[in-house]
Write a protein that binds this ligand. Structure first.
Ligand code: F6P
Length: 319
């Protein structure tokens, strides 16, 4: 393989730049040229492609966002869109592609592979929701951003003896809420993987209050409902007054944590190795602290499981 392409797709995640750096440097180390594709699959269709050198990825390991920019591209789902992208790849001599993104991005990579252009998926999303890997790039940084916010909210919650509802991202997955709730000492965590009982939550809030708790922090994963909806529910069912905080896109930004930089470097390099070995249609991941490659179909047909033992523990610790 003499020339490969790389793109970032879907919602950006801190550490995507570190992964891009690893792809470019690992490939060039092995005398393989790298073409950077801007704006995800849209850039592949439109031919927004340029050669990347070592300097291009200098000074980016610590930067959030993605230097290649990202997009969610509906046109690429169509056969016509894919054919345009393939024509662009051929025109630019791209023999293999590394796609850094979420499971939606993997579908595109799989389509390209089945049409003869081997593509490898590198998991980049704050949601940590890609089946087959314990961690995705960006999750750890987003988690730390959420914790920082919880700690700050806790200060004011204590001063005013209030109940706060904090809404966190995660799409359909509860990982971010669960980990943040456990690390932030939240009284209640709502995740899509576990149905909740409003009466039980009210009972716990009241007994905490009776024991002298000065505040309560409730973490709601966006996949359950909005903080606003849950605030209304607490008001209607328990006459409980709350304040809400929707963390939103600050969770997607910021300098990647050391852990995300390391993960991104390992994953990016592994993706290049996979292409060099002639593979396509593989996803890169981490299982039991080992970097692994596995079938991309497993990544989008499989199911992601939140760690429910953590959920149970969080309830035990928040008595
Ligand atoms: O997948 C990452 C993510 O941040 C989700 O947590 C969230 O639901 C979604 O993207 C938001 O997407 P957008 O930036 O397009 O509003």
């Amino acid at each position: 393989m003499k020339r490969i392409g790389v793109l970032t797709s879907g919602g950006d995640a801190p550490g995507m730049n570190a992964a891009l750096r690893a792809v470019v440097r690992k490939a060039i180390y092995h005398d393989i040229e790298v073409m950077g594709v801007y704006n995800g699959y849209q850039g592949l269709i439109d031919g927004k492609i340029e050669r990347l050198d070592l300097g291009y990825v200098g000074d980016i390991i610590q930067r959030g966002g993605t230097k290649l920019h990202s997009a969610r591209c509906l046109e690429f789902i169509t056969e016509e869109g894919q054919q345009k992208a393939i024509a662009q790849m051929k025109k630019h001599g791209i023999e293999g592609l590394v796609v850094i993104g979420g499971d939606g991005s993997y579908r595109g990579a799989m389509a390209l592979t089945s049409k003869g252009l081997p593509s490898i998926g590198v998991p980049g999303t704050i949601d940590n929701d890609i089946p087959g890997t314990d961690y995705t790039i960006g999750f750890d940084t987003a988690l730390n951003t959420v914790i920082e916010a919880i700690d700050k909210i806790r200060d004011t919650a204590t001063s005013h003896e209030r109940t706060f509802i904090i809404e966190v991202m995660g799409r359909g997955a509860g990982d971010l809420a669960l980990w943040a709730g456990l690390a932030g000492g939240a009284e209640t965590i709502l995740i899509p993987e576990v149905s909740f009982d409003i009466q039980d939550i009210l009972k716990r809030l009241r007994s905490g209050h009776d024991r002298g708790k000065k505040h309560s922090i409730i973490i709601v994963a966006e996949g359950v409902m909005s903080a606003n909806e849950f605030a209304n529910l607490l008001k209607e069912q328990g006459n409980i007054e709350t304040r809400i905080s929707v963390l939103g896109h600050i969770q997607r930004g910021g300098s990647p944590s050391a852990r995300d930089r390391v993960l991104a470097s390992l994953f990016g390099a592994k993706a290049v190795e996979a292409l060099m070995e002639g593979h396509g249609g593989l996803a890169i991941g981490m299982r039991n602290h080992q970097v692994v490659e596995y079938s991309m179909t497993e990544a989008f047909n499989g199911k992601h499981y939140a760690d429910l033992s953590m959920y149970k523990l969080s309830k035990e610790l928040a008595i």
